[in-house]
Design a protein around this ligand. Structure first.
Ligand code: TGC
Ligand code: FAD
Length: 417
């Protein structure tokens, strides 16, 4: 690996171009995907081909611009048509509605490759495919499907998902947003917080309680009177993504905007299964990126007259990373096989979400340490991944919530209440 290359110099920014700074020891073009147990051999040719196409695009077109977007807190919306072209928006939705009609392994590989560059961009894809298109496809009327799915898949419309509220996060059964029937309409009143994409969305999938106490889903066009979506712009994580509030001030929607085919908390929670599954793969994409930066660095950087990769303590860190990433990759592959066969249980998704997010965070922290002082600068993507992963470990159910979901499953005892 050369000490500096044209692309790494371009990426290094001001820190690396300073004459007194050491050369950057990492180049995204030199990425080698960790595959210690030859999981590649378990994939179909088609899955490999799709993964490689997404990988090449993300490396060539997104890696060079992502730091700037994260620094400026801007979402690279010029990528939306390209994401649509690559099939990243609704990969599992049937082709008749504009989706990719792919199995869960392909969906997972796509999310892995997007998050290898940035978790916020994977968030955009997860929300579109799993939290907006999935409920419309699974629970929507034919009219709702025809209206929204092709546009969402083409990136011509953007969606968001509102479950969390200012006072209700881990326990959505306590939600305060209400939907009151009024003739042929519903009046939706409430406040959602932490809604990815909301400020740029055309449609919001909003979960609200009707007068009988049931949780129902509503498709709310964001240009309706009473809807506002102020961005949450003080985040230090997922800075290249859009995260917002959704304020619903007595918003009137036709009764035909209700998702007809689901009632109860299992509506939103079943969408979360799909998104959590994508996160399982995505987080390991981020971990693979951090590991690879560390690999490139320790095989280049010298101290005490030798490559730091020759020190036993450095090797231990590298081996820990390889071990944990490999275990997580195997977990993903098996989970994907179960999901593709329609045999997965939500608790199995929870176990993988819990494991893979904390693994990715540990790998990012370990890689950061191997980079020494320069590891805290923008010369390397590792601090950005680490900060992003703090959200990833929290959203879609925190680490603790997934512990309690699996704990309830294996003991039969409910520790939530
Ligand atoms: P509980 O009694 O367990 O379940 C109520 C009903 O729901 C069913 N169910 C599920 N169905 C499908 N998939 C799942 N994962 C399900 N989990 C539960 C269950 O069978 C039951 O059905 P029924 O027919 O018997 O009524 O409900 P609970 O109130 O005890 O709550 C369980 C708990 C705490 C695990 C749940 O509330 C939970 O998962 N909390 C975490 C909340 C969460 O994950 N929020 C995420 C918000 S969205 C987000 O973060 C997007 S980030 C997007 C991005 O940018 O990538
Ligand atoms: P709380 O539920 O208040 O939890 C605070 C702490 O208490 C956590 O550590 C939690 O683990 C712990 N805790 C809570 N209950 C228990 C318990 N019973 N036992 C042990 N510990 C417990 N939501 C959406 O609806 N749509 C989105 O698009 C969306 N996007 C997001 C994007 C970002 C960047 C972030 C950060 C969040 C997003 N969320 C979204 C919200 C996310 O799902 C919630 O933040 C998450 O579910 C946790 O809820 P909370 O923040 O209210 O924390």
């Amino acid at each position: 690996m050369p000490e500096s290359s044209s692309s790494s110099a371009a990426l290094a920014g001001s820190a690396a171009t300073n004459g007194t700074s050491p050369p950057q020891t990492w180049d995204p073009a030199d990425f080698e995907a960790l595959d210690y147990y030859a999981i590649d051999e378990l994939l179909t040719d088609e899955a490999r081909q799709i993964r490689d196409e997404v990988r090449d695009f993300m490396t060539a077109e997104v890696a060079p611009i992502i730091e700037e977007h994260a620094e400026n807190e801007t979402f690279p919306d010029q990528l939306i048509p390209e994401f649509a072209r690559l099939g990243l928006l609704g990969p599992k939705v049937p082709t008749e509605y504009g989706g990719g009609g792919h199995d869960s392994i392909v969906y997972g590989l796509m999310m892995q490759e997007v998050e290898r560059i940035d978790s916020g961009l994977r968030s955009f894809c997860s929300v579109t495919g799993s939290l907006v298109m999935y409920p419309i496809w699974k629970y929507g009327s034919e009219e709702q499907k025809q209206k929204w799915l092709p546009k969402l898949a083409a990136g011509e419309a953007i969606g968001c998902f509102g479950l969390t509220e200012p006072y209700v996060g881990s326990n959505p059964s306590d939600m305060r947003t209400t939907a009151t029937k009024d003739g042929d309409s519903y009046i939706i009143d409430g406040h959602k917080r932490w809604s990815t994409n909301a400020s740029i969305a055309d449609v919001a999938v909003i979960w609200a309680k009707t007068e009988d106490g049931a949780t129902r889903g509503f498709l709310i066009e964001t240009d309706r009177e009473g809807v506002s979506t102020p961005p949450i712009d003080d985040t230090l994580s997922l800075r290249a993504a859009v995260t917002s509030e959704v304020v619903l001030d007595e918003v009137r929607v036709p009764a035909s905007n209700i998702l007809p085919d689901v009632s109860g908390l299992k509506g939103p929670l079943s969408c979360l299964n799909q998104a959590r599954y994508g996160i399982c793969w995505g987080a390991i994409g981020a971990a693979m990126a951090c590991y690879d930066v560390a690999r490139q660095h320790v095989t280049t950087r010298e101290q005490f007259g030798r490559k730091i990769g020759g020190f036993q303590l450095v090797q231990e860190r590298m081996v820990e990373m390889v071990q944990e990433i490999t275990k997580a990759q195997l977990l993903n592959w098996r989970l994907g096989s179960l999901m593709s066969a329609g045999n997965v249980r939500p608790q199995q998704v929870s176990l993988a979400k819990r494991n893979n997010c904390s693994t990715a965070l540990d790998v990012a922290r370990s890689a950061r340490q191997l980079l020494g002082g320069n590891g805290v600068t923008k010369m390397y993507p590792v601090m950005r991944h680490m900060a992003n992963l703090e959200s990833v470990v929290t959203y879609e159910g925190t680490h603790e919530i997934h512990t309690l979901i699996v704990g309830r499953d294996v003991t039969g005892e409910n520790a939530f209440t």
